[in-house]
Write a protein that binds this ligand. Structure first.
Ligand SMILES: [Zn+2]
Length: 91
């Protein structure tokens, strides 16, 4: 079994403990699976709040666009139907 030393944790591990990565030398990723997992976990923890905030802003923006579009459509309908539109809305 081929082994490779992980430069991050310094452990010598089987190549099966590394993710496959065709872009890297030897077709395996630079760091072992554990280090890659730990890094992405740390990244997520660090960016959790930022990601949440970005998602919230995007959601609000979409809702605003949605609302504007609906108001435009309503205005269009109103202009097309005039009085009928108001009557239809009430009854
Ligand atoms: Zn490692």
């Amino acid at each position: 079994m081929e082994t490779k030393k992980c430069p991050r944790c310094g452990k010598i591990r089987n190549v099966s403990d590394y993710n496959r990565d065709p872009t890297k030398k030897g077709d395996i990723s630079y760091w072992c699976k554990d280090c890659v997992a730990e890094k992405s976990r740390t990244y997520y923890q660090k960016n959790k709040e930022r990601l949440k905030e970005a998602r919230r802003i995007r959601y609000q923006k979409e809702m605003t666009i949605h609302k504007q579009r609906r108001e435009e459509l309503e205005k269009e309908e109103f202009e097309k139907q005039g009085d009928n539109y108001i009557r239809n809305q009430k009854w």
